[in-house]
Design a protein around this ligand. Structure first.
Ligand SMILES: Cc1cc2nc3c(=O)[nH]c(=O)nc-3n(C[C@H](O)[C@H](O)[C@H](O)COP(=O)(O)O)c2cc1C
Length: 308
């Protein structure tokens, strides 16, 4: 018989009462009762993050969390070795470092469509990122064909056209700034000119300055209820950027798309994204039509160790 709670199932026949699950539980909802690990009664179970720590730590495989989808381990485009990698063992840091340092934002793409299996695998990898209070409230909207990406581009272009027109109005800018609303003035100073040039290039040269000709776009959003939705989305995006590189894909985060969708909520409606969701990151991706010769440097970061 299972020791049950709303979210954690512990098989008492398997449990060896080693306490490993109790030690790693971030919410302290597990304890030993008659030499068997037990989850707290239902009154406290709302505390369970369903993070899977207990399940991962149990040497007897006695724990199950039904909410965790085991199929997320099944990747279509590669085989995962499911053995857990202990810190410092198994994976050479230099391989990961080479991947991290080799990823670049890609701004030239081939029109070869990205296989749906690869997109599905990327999203499976994305959700292994950490999330605030393990909310995992992220959503992924995949535009998997160039016409879909172009259609979104049109809506975003229309938004920036309207915004630039507004920003050209000196009186409006200055009077808004006078009452403390400085956003339009800030936009005019920092972005107006480059957005104007980009839009002219899009119109006159048919150059996609927004999505760089990418045939695919993944919009990462959040459902209501997440404690750190933006951070979660970017951590998920980070996994996608790195994994995509290993799959032969180039990627580029597109902040302009996110800004437009935040300011004009009708854009996400056109994509069928519910109003309750918010888009935090847009990842353009596709097979790259550019190559790089070397890993370059970065600006020197400011680092401090206040404790000497
Ligand atoms: C939040 C965010 C938004 C970005 N938005 C855009 C964008 O709209 N268009 C673009 O071409 N690149 C965009 N980038 C890519 C950055 O320009 C790029 O990461 C930076 O120049 C460093 O280059 P690298 O990614 O090749 O290392 C964005 C990056 C981040 C992190």
């Amino acid at each position: 018989m299972h020791s049950t709670s709303a979210s954690v199932f512990i098989d008492p026949d398997r449990c060896s009462a080693c306490g490993a699950c109790i030690r790693v539980c971030p919410s302290d909802i597990l304890s030993l009762e008659n030499s068997i690990a037990r989850a707290a009664p239902d009154t406290n179970i709302a505390l369970c993050l369903q993070c899977g720590h207990c399940m991962a730590a149990c040497p007897e495989s006695a724990i199950d969390i039904p909410a965790l989808d085991p199929n997320l381990h099944d990747f279509a485009t590669f085989t995962l070795d499911p053995a857990w990698v202990a810190p410092g063992s198994g994976l050479p840091t230099q391989d990961l470092a080479r991947l991290i340092c080799s990823r670049r934002s890609c701004r030239h793409y081939r029109q070869t469509p990205v296989e749906k299996e690869k997109l599905a695998d990327l999203i499976k990898l994305a959700v292994f990122a950490p999330s605030g209070t393990n909310s995992q409230a992220w959503t992924f909207t995949c535009l998997s064909s160039r016409p879909e990406v172009l259609a979104l581009g049109q809506s975003i272009k229309a938004f920036f056209k309207r915004l630039n027109k507004k920003a050209e109005n000196v009186l409006l800018r200055k009077s808004l700034a006078l009452v403390g609303a400085k956003t339009l003035d800030h936009y005019y100073t920092n972005y107006y000119a480059s957005v104007k040039t980009a839009m002219e290039q899009m119109e006159k040269e048919n150059r996609d300055r927004l999505f760089h000709g990418a045939p695919t776009l993944i919009l990462i959003g959040s459902s209501p209820g997440a404690s750190c939705p933006k951070e979660d989305a970017f951590l998920a995006a980070g996994n996608i950027l790195l994994a995509a590189h290993t799959m032969g894909l180039g990627t580029c985060l597109i902040g302009y798309a996110v800004a437009a969708m935040a300011a004009d909520r009708s854009i996400q409606k056109e994509l069928g994204i519910p109003e309750s969701e918010t888009i935090h990151a847009a990842v353009a991706l596709g097979y790259p039509d550019e190559t790089f010769q070397r890993i370059t440097g970065r600006k020197k970061p400011k680092i401090r160790f206040p404790g000497k």
